[in-house]
Design a binder for this molecule. Structure first.
Ligand code: PHE
Length: 447
């Protein structure tokens, strides 16, 4: 009993429903919203991409995130022990989720380090010694510097997660998320009031006929939209279960899942409006991947009146978004050590942070400083591939199959059973629609 009380104390809990919503939204909003969504939407169907994205949010995103929250709230445990307790044979689903969080954090915190470096650069100097392109490729492929920034970034996350759920994660989310929202609005206004921004809005929202030609074009857009919903809502990473386990009885998971998904989509669209029109207005083209925020945007800020301030604000925004996502991944793995091995929070978080500091350093080195390849990919890309293409979809797929077809306990959440129509729609989706859609993403992702 004493042991149990100690674990409950070490586990902690959210102090309010708002805290839970903000922390979960913080996990969802991240680099996926800020650089991936604007570019992918622009090159893959614009407004039509957005419509398909919203459709998948309804068919796939909301049902899965709701299921994960419900399992957490019911079991009050980390993902691995929660699944094992639901059914002894299902512990592996929790392992897949925790492995996804671990692998994502290993490369995400490297990018977090780059963001921190850029923020400090705008704060202290505001100029790059070389052109932003050269600067970025030299910096990101060098051996020592990015490793140091990565360790600083994960160090910040360490202190937040060490402080616990309500004192650390919740408190930081309550500051960072509203700040993020204000900054993004400021950047949106700056972007759309630039002369020539309308071309960017057209790129973002109007489909080009050649992007959508025939079934092949459309199915390509659909697959991208599904993948984006998955990554953006952090599905299949155990985060829903972990954060759900810190909830008290008063929450309403149906409403909260919808609110979190809507906020996540809103920020992605606002990020598009803040970035793409400005890029076009200054005569540049949005390019894919990290290049968009680390190479193209610095060029924009160089040309803009008071660009240094906007650069500073932008990287502060990305830093907040990256921190609130990274702490959620750290918490998933730490919560397992706390629940399962009865470790105290500080020791657990210290162990996980140290391992990530090492795995992330190797991921960073694999970009240039020191060659490390696994299955033909450098370690950085390997972590990204393993998490997004394998662990996340598989964890979500097995969750839907188990909950939809095998789970015989009470309905997942009483908020839903109280509304029979909604419950029937949910059951149908989780049994028949979400598993099929995930299987499609999984197979296409591997091809
Ligand atoms: N959802 C985050 C983003 O959009 C990324 C993330 C994925 C965070 C998985 C946690 C787990 O950037």
């Amino acid at each position: 009993m004493a042991d149990k009380t100690k674990t409950v104390k070490e586990r902690g809990s959210f102090s309010s429903r708002l805290g839970f919503i903000l922390a979960s939204t913080g996990s969802a909003i991240g680099l996926g919203n800020l650089w991936k969504f604007p570019y992918v939407a622009g090159t893959s169907g614009g407004g039509l991409f957005l419509l398909i994205y919203i459709l998948f949010m309804l068919l796939l995103g909301i049902p899965i995130i709701f299921t994960e929250f419900s399992i957490g709230k019911k079991m009050k445990l980390n993902p691995i022990d929660a699944y094992s307790k639901l059914n002894k044979k299902c512990g592996f689903i929790g392992f897949l989720g925790a492995a996804a969080s671990f692998a994502i954090l290993s490369f995400y915190s490297v990018v977090g380090g780059w963001v921190l470096k850029y923020f400090i650069l705008y704060l202290t100097k505001g100029t790059f010694e070389a052109s932003p392109n050269e600067f970025f490729s030299q910096f990101s492929t060098s051996a020592a510097e990015p490793v140091i920034w990565h360790i600083l970034f994960i160090g910040v996350c360490f202190f937040i997660v060490c402080a616990g759920i309500s004192n650390g994660i919740e408190r930081v989310s309550k500051i960072m998320l509203p700040a993020l929202f204000i900054i993004i609005l400021v950047l949106c206004v700056r972007s759309v009031t630039l002369h020539g921004s309308s071309e960017g809005l057209r790129f973002l929202f109007f489909p080009h006929p050649d992007q959508l030609s025939g079934i092949k074009g459309l199915s390509h857009v659909a697959v991208l939209a599904m993948g984006q919903v998955f990554f953006s809502l952090s599905l299949g990473t155990g985060i829903g279960i972990t954060y759900g386990s810190y909830l008290d009885k008063k929450s309403n998971l149906v409403k909260d899942s919808v609110v979190i998904s809507v906020l996540d989509t809103l920020i992605a669209v606002l990020a598009g409006i803040a970035i793409i029109p400005a890029v076009f207005a200054l005569g540049l083209k949005p390019n894919s991947g990290p290049g968009l925020i680390f190479e193209t945007l610095p060029l924009v800020f160089e040309k803009l009146f008071m660009g240094r301030i906007f650069g500073l604000l932008f990287f502060l925004l990305v830093f907040f978004a990256a921190v609130t996502s990274a702490i959620s991944m750290l918490e998933v793995v730490a919560s397992y050590l706390i629940d399962h091995y009865k470790m105290n929070r500080k020791t657990a978080v210290f162990i996980v942070t140290s391992v990530i500091a090492i795995s992330g350093s190797f991921a960073s080195l694999s970009l240039g400083g020191f060659e490390i390849n696994l299955f033909g990919l450098n370690l950085f890309d390997f972590f990204s591939f393993a998490s997004e293409k394998l662990f996340m979809p598989l964890a979500a797929l097995f969750t839907c199959i188990y909950i939809g077809h095998f789970y015989k306990g009470d309905a997942v959440s009483s908020e839903l059973t109280a509304k029979p129509v909604l419950y029937n729609i949910y059951s149908f989706l989780i049994k028949w629609i979400t598993p099929v859609l995930i299987l499609i993403i999984f197979i296409l992702g591997l091809i």
